[in-house]
Structures are given as C-alpha cells and as structure tokens.
Design a protein around this ligand. Structure first.
Ligand code: UDP
Length: 192
C-alpha cells in the first residue's frame, strides 16, 4: 500500500515471519525495513532514500503511519510491526539453527546485543561483525568480507535512518546474507 510514495506491505506479523522463513529456506535475498512516520517524512524529501526503499519490503512501524493510512485509505495496517518487537519474534519463531549477524551501533554494542541474544536464543548462532562507524573504502570492504565469511541467514544492520538503508542497497547482496534487516536502534535496546 502506497503512503507518500513509500510502498508499505499490508501484512500481519505471522504472515511476514512465515514469508521470511520460506525465503531463508529457498536462500532468496530479501531486504527488510521498518517505516515509521519519520521515515516516511524523510522519504518525501530525500529522493535517494525513497528510491532505495523501493528495493525493500517495508513494514508499517507505529501509530503515525497507521493514522496516515486511516486518513488516506480509510483503514489501518493489519498490525504495527516495529523492529524492536518484530526481530526478536522472528528469531524466536525461526526453525532450525540460523546464523545471525549484527552490524552497527557504537563500539561494543553489537557484541553485547549478540551475547544477550545468544543467551536468550541458544539455538541460533549470533555474531557481532562490526560497529557502525567504519569508513567507506577499505574498512567497508573488510566489514563485507567478514559478513561473507560468516555467511549469515539474517543480517541485522543498525546504522540509523537513512544510512542503514543506503548502506544495504549499495553493498549488501545474496553473497553476504540471505535476509538483511535495517533495525535502527535495536542493538541499543538489546544491549541495555
Ligand atoms: N549508528 C551507527 N553508525 C552511524 C550512525 C548511527 O552505528 O553512522 C547507530 C547508532 O549507534 C544507534 C543506531 O545506529 O545504535 C540507531 O541510531 P538512531 O537512533 O539515530 O537511528 P533511528 O532509530 O532513528 O533509525
């Protein structure tokens, strides 16, 4: 469903989790982002970000986009799917032993978040790949090489909006990961 030039998926959590499970099983590249009212506003004025989001499955995050949907379409989205709730629910629901990479945040934060996730969900394998303050060029190449080396089913990218979406669109492919999710401040919540 279109909201100010951003296409937002009309799905509930269960359906989206099942869809991602089958994409992982088929090893089909998928980029996922969460759009809150702030993101939709950024998209309205930032053409590069808007074009980038076109390559993502975008989920409706928060009361703002829901209100806008009601105003524009007369009905809300099926469910509020913010990354902070959705990502842990996805990881809990996923069958099998999955490799999950964490990329971004201040130095040490991804490590702490990965350790907490590892304790909570020992079935999967979590690995902090890098903090989120690497530079373009060689440092970025090293981060991508580490990602390929781990070969994750899911990569969580926390570089803030819109940097994380632009980074994913420019650098992350099926060679690095099957599913990639732009998660904003998730690691800060998980490391606290
Ligand atoms: N971040 C990062 N690199 C950057 C900018 C931000 O790793 O160049 C991290 C920051 O440490 C925080 C996360 O991105 O953990 C989300 O930042 P913010 O709250 O600004 O983003 P939002 O939740 O608004 O997307």
């Amino acid at each position: 469903r279109q909201l100010l030039d951003v296409e937002i998926a009309d799905v509930d959590r269960r359906t989206m989790i099942d869809e991602l499970q089958s994409r992982i099983d088929r090893v089909e590249f998928t980029a996922l982002a969460f759009a809150n009212a702030h993101c939709v506003n950024v998209a309205a004025t930032n053409a590069e970000y808007r074009a980038t989001l076109a390559g993502f499955t975008v989920l409706a995050d928060g009361i703002g986009v829901d209100l806008a949907a009601k105003l524009h379409h007369g009905r809300p989205f099926p469910e509020n799917l913010n990354g902070t709730d959705f990502v842990p629910a996805l990881l809990r629901a996923l069958g099998g032993r999955r490799r999950v990479a964490l990329l971004g945040g201040a130095p040490g934060v991804a490590e702490e978040a990965a350790a907490n996730l590892q304790r909570a969900l020992p079935r999967h394998e979590f690995r902090a790949v890098s903090h989120g303050y690497f530079r373009p060029g060689l440092e970025t190449e090293i981060v991508l090489a580490r990602l390929r080396d781990f070969s994750p089913d899911i990569t969580l990218v926390a570089l803030g909006v819109p940097k994380q979406e632009l980074f994913i669109a420019e650098h992350v492919t099926i060679r690095e990961t099957t599913v990639v999710i732009a998660v904003g401040a998730l690691f800060d919540f998980l490391s606290g």
